[in-house]
Unconditional design. Structure first.
Lengths: 119, 119
């Protein structure tokens, strides 16, 4: 079946959550896409989100160099969430950590799981 | 630092997205939690979402038996997304597939990646 980005289910703001996972299985981050960001990601092979704070397209790594090359684009059963399997250049997180999910809750307390990567 | 669920960033509906990942690295599903679902998940060790369609707590697997035992609870850098590392009993998806992300887009077409599990 030919894929049409408009057949995905977007929220009231026209956005769908997109999870980025490395080819080694690590969940790196979650951000948002609109239908055009979905199409740009597929066309370019460079993961492209919609920045809610800047209200602009966000080609991941465009300024930092920490690009995400698309390896596989997946859709969930309800068509309201995306999973991008990516080749991540350097850290995915703006704090310079490999993943944005670097904090765990253990025994009721927050614990930092990973340090920022060397520049 | 002691963890307080009210310090997470919830959306206008009081919800935060929660990704479930198996201990083997597979991304299984994404659903939503409110602050009380977060607390119930931590207290019980059973992943508990908020069902937007039913407007009720949803202890994953309560009726199907396909429970998610919490192995690790992670928070992202912006505190607006959660990652649950879980031990998943059977399929995570209501279609009886292991993961909800069973569809890929390849060469412009949708491809089914996995079949439903045996009952």
């Amino acid at each position: 079946m030919a894929f049409d980005p408009t057949t995905l289910k977007y929220d009231a703001n026209g956005l769908i959550p997109a999870i980025a996972q490395s080819e080694t299985g690590e969940v790196l981050m979650m951000a948002w896409m609109n239908a055009e960001a979905v199409q740009r990601t597929l066309d370019s092979g460079r993961v492209t989100y919609w920045s809610r704070s800047r209200q602009a397209f966000w080609v991941k790594g465009e300024t930092s160099g920490h690009v995400q090359r698309l390896l596989e684009f997946r859709i969930d059963c309800d068509r309201d969430c995306l999973l991008m399997v990516v080749e991540q250049e350097g850290p995915a997180c703006h704090t310079n950590r490999r993943s944005c999910f670097y904090t765990a809750v253990r025994d009721g307390s927050e614990v930092e799981l990973m340090a920022p990567m060397a520049p």
